[in-house]
Design a protein. Structure first.
Lengths: 171, 122
């Protein structure tokens, strides 16, 4: 039996290797392309997240400003001094701030405390809910800020000071 | 004859491979550089956003202690950032009105963010 190598074999072997480098190069390009696509996705995601974060911030401070406006309006409307526990509600809209239109729904809430002399005193509290103005009332899921404010009233009924009792940022 | 042809093909392949590899590596490196630049810009932007929020909260905190017509000064400093309020030199507003302020924060890289808030006298 002849065990010596076939002199033609190397030529055949070389023939099978033809194009191997190109295939490797193509594979390399595919790999680089995948990495590049990943990088592009990363950059795009970062830019989008940044924009989202800024929009959320602008919306939150727009809601904050709208509630401040609503507090001032409710304060100006408080004249009776005897309406602390009456059911009063309203809507305020203010010009867009930070390019966001906000609607504030508010309603009176009867607050009761007992004085040092044992007397039961009613307090005028108002609950404000701010959301993006879509033309419909704010819902629990759309409220951006919900705040409860106490309106301190003199005997004449005029509001002398306001106290923010709670101020919660929901989204 | 056959071997000579193979040698020629291999050389072309290698040259082609080197060219493709060079282009790919260049693209990758520039892609990495772009991602790095974008990351840095993102960090600057987020830092400016954080300073803006802190500035806004500091401004509102001062407003909570306002009395009608009192000078309105916000003692706020952020190293590496320049903050400003417009209009300048405002006073605490009367209880019957709010005062709109435009806050601006500029980072050391020149990134500026602007936002409006409203303050009122309690």
């Amino acid at each position: 039996m002849n065990t010596t190598a076939d002199p033609v074999a190397p030529a055949v072997h070389r023939h099978e290797d033809r194009g191997a480098a190109l295939i490797l190069a193509v594979a390399f390009v595919v790999m680089i392309g995948t990495i590049g696509a990943g990088l592009a996705a990363l950059v795009t995601s970062s830019v989008n997240n940044r924009g989202t974060l800024e929009r959320v911030r602008d919306r939150q401070y727009a809601a904050d400003a709208a509630i401040e406006d609503a507090i001032v309006q409710v304060r100006a409307a408080s004249t009776g001094g005897t309406d602390a526990c009456q059911s009063v509600a309203g809507i305020t809209r203010t010009p867009a701030i930070n390019a966001v239109n906000i609607r504030v729904d508010w309603r009176s809430a009867c607050g009761v405390i007992r004085s040092g002399e044992g007397l039961v005193l009613v307090q005028r509290d108002v609950i404000f809910a701010a959301c993006v103005d879509t033309g419909v009332a704010c819902t629990d899921s759309s409220v951006i800020i919900r705040a409860q404010v106490n309106f301190e009233q003199a005997a004449s009924g005029a509001v002398t000071k306001t106290y923010v009792q709670s101020w919660s940022m929901n989204q | 004859m056959h071997e000579q042809k193979d040698r020629g093909d291999t050389l072309i392949e290698i040259v082609l491979t080197v060219v493709i590899t060079a282009i790919s590596v260049t693209a990758l490196v520039s892609g990495l550089a772009t991602a790095g630049t974008a990351g840095q810009a993102q960090r600057n932007s987020v830092s400016t956003d954080t300073v803006m929020r802190n500035y806004a909260e500091a401004t509102k905190a001062v407003a909570r202690g306002c009395t009608d017509g009192a000078p309105f000064v916000v003692p706020f400093e952020a190293p590496g950032f320049t903050v400003a309020t417009s209009p300048a030199g405002v006073r605490c507003p009367p209880p019957t009105a709010t005062q709109q302020l435009e806050l601006s924060v500029t980072g050391s890289t020149g990134v500026t963010q602007v936002m409006s808030i409203k303050i009122r006298t309690p």
